[in-house]
Design a protein around this ligand. Structure first.
Ligand code: GRF
Length: 204
């Protein structure tokens, strides 16, 4: 089950690189989320649970949970899902709810990560797949990829370099989960079995 709000390029990477995993459905919180079209074209059930149709976050999340439960997924993947999820929702899916964030957490939680990385003058930036907990953009880290920040980088050029890595690490993390290889021990994720690196260094 994949939740999106917009373009859906991470969803697309997961659909393309996680075969034979079955995508139970893609749910968008906005009918205009471009990624929904891609899902429909691929024959994946695509649904909309519009957050604007609900009077509160709690009622929206109840409707979202109901839509998820109808499909009984093993895993819920947030892929550019731009709503903060409340504690009840997060607790319900604890241990089977993944998110991707475009920074090397715990640096730069929140929005505008590429701009903030440039403003801070960091030399290395990247992205993180993590289990979702009630604290936004925290939670046990599954895998990270690091990219260099180059002289002359703009928010766009840096963001594109990071996004290419998102498309590598998210499908990998999903496969690890579905293969039963992820164990969380006191907030630390271990990958069982033959060890693939839990971080990737991307060349410039
Ligand atoms: C990605 O950069 C993701 O890390 C962030 O939102 C963006 C979504 O892009 N949470 P897409 O919809 O997957 O193309």
């Amino acid at each position: 089950m994949i939740l999106i709000s917009g373009r859906g390029s991470n969803m697309q990477a997961i659909v393309e690189r996680c075969a034979p995993a079955r995508i139970a459905a893609v749910i968008g919180n906005r009918a205009e989320a471009a990624g929904l079209r891609f899902a429909r074209e691929r024959g994946i059930p695509a649904e909309v649970v519009e957050h604007r149709d609900f009077p509160s976050r709690a009622t929206f999340e109840q409707a979202l949970s109901a839509a998820i439960e109808r499909k009984r997924p093993d895993l819920v993947v947030l892929a550019g899902f731009m709503r903060v999820l409340g504690e009840a929702f997060v607790q319900r899916y604890e241990g089977r709810l993944l998110n991707i964030h475009p920074s090397l957490l715990p640096a730069f939680p929140g929005l505008n990560t590429h701009r903030r990385a440039l403003e801070a003058g960091v030399k290395v930036h990247g992205c993180t797949v993590h289990f979702v907990t009630a604290a936004v953009d925290h939670g046990p880290i599954v895998i990270q990829a690091a990219v260099p920040v180059l002289a002359g980088d703009t928010e766009e050029s840096l963001g594109a370099r990071v996004l290419a890595q998102e498309h590598r690490i998210y499908p990998l993390a999903v496969r690890w989960f579905l293969d039963g290889r992820l164990a969380v021990d006191r907030g630390i994720v271990r990958v069982r079995g033959e060890c693939e690196p839990q971080f990737l260094l991307a060349p410039p």
